[in-house]
Design a protein around this ligand. Structure first.
Ligand code: MIG
Length: 732
């Protein structure tokens, strides 16, 4: 951390938090505040537009989905907030929202934070940062998603502060019963209160507003193999070959920064990747996609074509003095494109054609907080004021006009990902884009996937990946994962095997490892580990149709794939507090080992009957069970009454469409919905999807088609009751 910015703890000593001051600061607000109401998917939503004196209306929201413009809002008199929330302006650039946190109220969501899923009792700064320390006291993370869900028993209320300006959320620290958001802005902002309603309803309303994830290409749901770095094309080909030789399923190999020439964007080192295009073509024949990393910063060098073009098109962020801002990053002195401008996103998108020529399938956006080696923590949020525009590193130009970087910093990552997402849509008509991002703002789900950045090869980070990814889903972003095996430090066989037991249920599944750390590809830590990991990755592929169905469900309802136990067991107070188990969809309950040296654990099962995924007698829910979990087993239970679609093991997702599929029926009666599409095109948006309602009773499966728009799958279908398996036809 830089000298300029003391740690949060140090800052607290210097500047006591407002909440502790005996006198309540007065409200200095003199602008306009207007309240509007609407119903969003049957949830009551109140919106407050706050426009400070001198501001020209609320700035354009980058969180809202285009569809949200169709919502009808009714104006209400006055600027009051529902659910006992209060707001005021305390200083020229400081707004405060306060709300009661009665004893027992839990705080969920709020994006990314290295802690458990109840955010209560914590301070969280929303100011996108690349802080690799990642411990319980890390206050800032890569992503900034200002959406919190208050849980009071079975009642949930969502609070969304739609502003990319720095925010500090204090959620009842020091055992107080007060929640408080400090927002450092001079521009207007919008604030939404949703509910009270059920948890699925609140997330449904939030994603109706901020959008839902498009269906990912099927291949991107397979296993991806990465490391910093596979530095040559020879090495990348070798890694791919190992997967096929060892018959471990895999869909993508990933090239980290060393594929570039001198870390310059849109280049390839011909020394290390002499035939990059031929390499991607060869890999594609073996069923592999190639994903490449892409950083935002453009090297300041007259020899660099992107730099020359960027200068000619005036795309770079400028300081108040009018010079392009100089960032220190991998390529040395560089400039940052201003992705808040539509013309700049288009310009960037044109340069992305480079990857089409190279045969690259997906784009991995890194360093897009943006991370700056020269300014690792550019703002001290503890001072509670925003520096003037001309002292915020540089200016940016959102649609409303120039503004200091800090006030819009939280948008940088998502707008960079958006540029890639929109470019891929344009360059590859009718192909689903795959875009991965480290930084994100609210609404990011519309542009693709995120991962949790630089975790470590620790059981602690394996354990935390569960509540962190659950929080990501509750914050609207369902397509998420964490580096499997851990990025920093060295993994060992036990950690890797245990990690895969959780990771095969991450929506985004990628093995990654930092420079200089012990390799942990599935085979790198010995034959025992390899055997377990192979079996687990096979299980992931068997479940791919289930994953794809969950993405369809997300599009219809906003439901994330990874869900806290309370999602399906709202009335169960024990279930609601569990952080080391999760639902994947409605029918799978994942109960992994997350501690070193453990071979068994207390598994809590909510009401109902639960069947071990790998077979065996069902267990009764509503209580804890002591369960042994070996390394190679799939640590999950299937809900009685579920129909799980499982395919035969394959080597990559390209083989899924032709693979035999079995509807596994659990219990005497079961029901479900099954959908099928081509897994790659956008035709599903025009109805090219088949859907059946399934009912299993008296030893028979009845499939009722409810939509037949695809008709493309050519595979055999089977039914299994656990003892027998027989072939069926799906009516079309
Ligand atoms: O300064 O590209 O989080 O996944 O391997 C480090 C090198 C830059 C950070 C990413 C990590 C990636 C690494 N990057």
């Amino acid at each position: 951390m830089s000298e300029k910015t003391p740690s949060w703890e140090a800052a607290r000593r210097v500047v006591p938090p407002r909440a502790r001051s005996p006198r309540r600061p007065s409200n200095v607000f003199v602008g306009q505040a207007r309240r509007f109401d609407a119903d969003l998917e049957a949830v009551a939503v109140a919106r407050l537009d706050v426009v400070p004196e001198g501001a020209r209306g609320v700035p354009e929201s980058h969180a809202l989905a285009p569809e949200a413009s169709r919502v009808t809002w009714t104006a209400r008199r006055g600027g009051r907030l529902p659910a006992g929330m209060r707001w005021r302006q305390e200083a020229e650039s400081r707004f405060v929202v306060e709300f009661a946190l009665a004893a027992g109220v839990r705080c969920l969501g709020l994006g990314e934070l290295y802690r458990g899923s109840n955010r209560r009792g914590q301070t969280h700064v929303l100011f996108s940062s690349d802080d690799p320390t990642q411990t319980e006291s890390t206050p800032r993370m890569y992503k900034a998603i200002p959406f919190l869900i208050l849980e009071d028993g079975e009642q949930y209320v969502g609070l969304f502060v739609d502003s990319p300006a720095p925010q500090k959320w204090s959620l009842g620290n020091d055992l107080s019963e007060l929640g408080r958001v400090e927002l450092l802005t001079r521009r207007g902002f919008q604030l939404y209160v949703m509910g009270p309603a059920s948890l699925p309803q609140v997330v449904g309303a939030y994603t109706a507003l901020t959008g839902r994830s498009p269906l990912p290409p099927r291949w991107s749901l397979g296993h991806q193999q990465c490391r910093w770095s596979y530095p040559t094309e020879k090495r990348l080909l070798e890694v791919a070959r190992e997967f096929r030789r060892r018959r471990i399923p895999c869909d993508a190999v990933v090239a980290d920064i060393d594929y570039m020439d001198d870390y310059r964007v849109f280049t390839v080192s011909r020394e290390r990747f002499p035939t990059f295009e031929r390499m991607t073509a060869k890999l594609s024949r073996q069923g592999f996609r190639v994903v490449t990393i892409l950083d935002p910063a453009v090297k300041r060098s007259r020899h660099d074509a992107t730099y020359r073009s960027g200068t000619a098109h005036d795309v770079f962020c400028r300081t108040a003095a009018g010079d392009p801002y100089v960032a220190e990053v991998w390529a040395g002195k560089s400039h940052l494109p201003d992705f808040l401008r539509e013309d700049v996103r288009k310009w960037w998108g044109e340069h992305l054609r480079f990857f089409d020529r190279m045969g690259v399938a997906g784009i991995w956006n890194d360093m897009n907080e943006p991370a700056l080696f020269n300014e690792p923590a550019p703002l001290d949020t503890a001072v509670g004021e925003l520096p003037p525009d001309d002292r915020q590193l540089f200016l940016q130009r959102p649609p409303e006009g120039p503004v200091g970087h800090f006030e819009v910093r939280n948008l940088y990552g998502s707008q960079m990902a958006r540029a890639a997402y929109e470019a891929l849509l344009e360059h590859r008509p009718n192909e689903r884009p795959f875009v991965l991002s480290r930084s994100a703002y609210a609404g990011h789900q519309r542009f693709g996937a995120v991962w949790l950045g630089d975790n470590a090869s620790w059981f602690e980070h394996l354990r935390l990946s569960i509540p962190m990814l659950i929080a990501m889903g509750l914050s609207g972003v369902p397509f998420c994962g964490a580096d499997v095996g851990g990025f920093g430090h060295d993994a060992d066989g036990e950690l890797l095997a245990r990690w895969y037991q959780v990771a095969i249920f991450y929506p985004f599944l990628r093995n990654h490892c930092a420079l200089g750390k012990r390799p942990h590809e599935p085979w790198a830590l010995g034959p025992e580990t390899e055997r377990h990991v192979k079996r687990l990755i096979e299980a992931r592929y068997r479940l791919l149709p289930y994953f794809e169905n969950l993405f369809h469900e997300h599009r219809a309802t906003g439901a994330p794939l990874m869900r806290p136990l309370g999602w399906h067991a709202a009335g169960d107070a024990t279930a609601r507090e569990i952080d080391d188990e999760f639902f994947l969809g409605r029918d799978l309950l994942v109960t992994p080992i997350v501690h070193r040296g453990h071979s068994r654990r207390a598994v809590y099962l909510p009401a109902g009957k639960w069947h071990p995924f790998d077979g065996g007698e069902p267990l009764r829910g509503g209580r804890y069970h002591d369960v042994a979990i070996g390394y190679g087993t799939v640590p999950a239970f299937v809900r009685e009454g579920a129909i799980l679609p499982l395919v035969e093991p394959v080597q990559h997702s390209g083989e899924i469409a032709g693979a035999d599929l079995t509807f596994c029926c659990f219990g005497r009666r079961a029901a479900g919905v099954y959908r099928e599409d081509d897994g790659q095109s956008l035709d599903y948006q025009l109805g090219a999807c088949d859907e059946w309602e399934l009912e299993w009773a008296r030893g028979e499966l009845v499939a009722e088609p409810t939509q037949l728009g695809f008709g493309g799958a050519r595979r055999r279908y089977f039914v299994s009751d656990g003892l027998h398996r027989w072939r069926i036809e799906l009516p079309r």
